[in-house]
Design a protein around this ligand. Structure first.
Ligand code: HEC
Length: 176
């Protein structure tokens, strides 16, 4: 890995905003609280500088992001947590990378989801913030090589996918 390992703490999820404090292990306690409230971006931290949202196909809309990023990343994490053949530290190191990538992808959502009914915007971003919180939890657990905690956060993460799809995915019936 060419990135510094990051220890991330989720401080608080308020009704309309998520506030995160980050500290690097190397430079504790230089915590930075992101400035809040730029329109819809207040709901999700857009620039975590953690992941680039990498994947195999180009992403032009939310459907692409879901199919070519969210979904395969979730599958890869599940594989490492439950089916990987390597030693635990190696598998959790992979999980940490995938979690970072997923955080980068979450940050792409506000740019790609522009057709929200204003009355439902809050709800949508609350669900996305909840997911972000659980990916951060997973990231912390996997970077501490805690397999049990990683599986715990992963369980929540799975539920976040369905929670949002029930309300917002028009193709819910076809969803995996
Ligand atoms: C905050 C809301 C939200 C969250 C959280 C979310 N999705 Fe989605 N997802 C959507 C919406 C909306 C669509 C429909 C996109 C479209 O077609 O425009 C969608 C579509 C999809 C699709 C395309 C197939 C289908 O059912 O249409 C897949 C696959 C998918 N999501 C996977 C995931 C996975 C895996 C997660 C969790 C890691 C996840 N999503 C989390 C909102 C969400």
């Amino acid at each position: 890995m060419n990135r510094l390992p990051l220890a991330i703490s989720l401080l608080a999820l308020s009704v309309s905003a998520a506030h995160w404090v980050f500290s690097t292990r190397a430079q504790a306690p230089a915590a930075v609280t992101k400035p809040p409230n730029v329109d819809f971006e207040r709901h999700v931290e857009p620039q975590l500088d953690l992941g680039k949202c990498e994947g195999e196909h180009a992403v032009d809309d939310l459907d692409d992001l879901m199919k070519h990023r969210f979904n395969p990343i979730l599958t890869k994490i599940s594989f490492e947590l439950y089916h990987g053949q390597k030693e635990v530290p190696e598998r959790l190191e992979e999980v940490t990378k995938h979690a970072e990538n997923l955080l980068g992808c979450i940050a792409q959502v506000p740019r790609l989801k522009q057709d929200l009914d204003p009355e439902r915007t809050e709800d949508f971003y609350k669900l996305l913030s909840a997911m972000q919180g659980n990916v951060l939890g997973l990231h912390t657990a996997s970077s501490e090589f805690n397999e049990e905690a990683s599986r715990h956060w992963f369980g929540h993460l799975r539920q976040d996918c369905s929670a949002c799809h029930i309300r917002f995915n028009p193709h819910q019936a076809e969803a995996p």
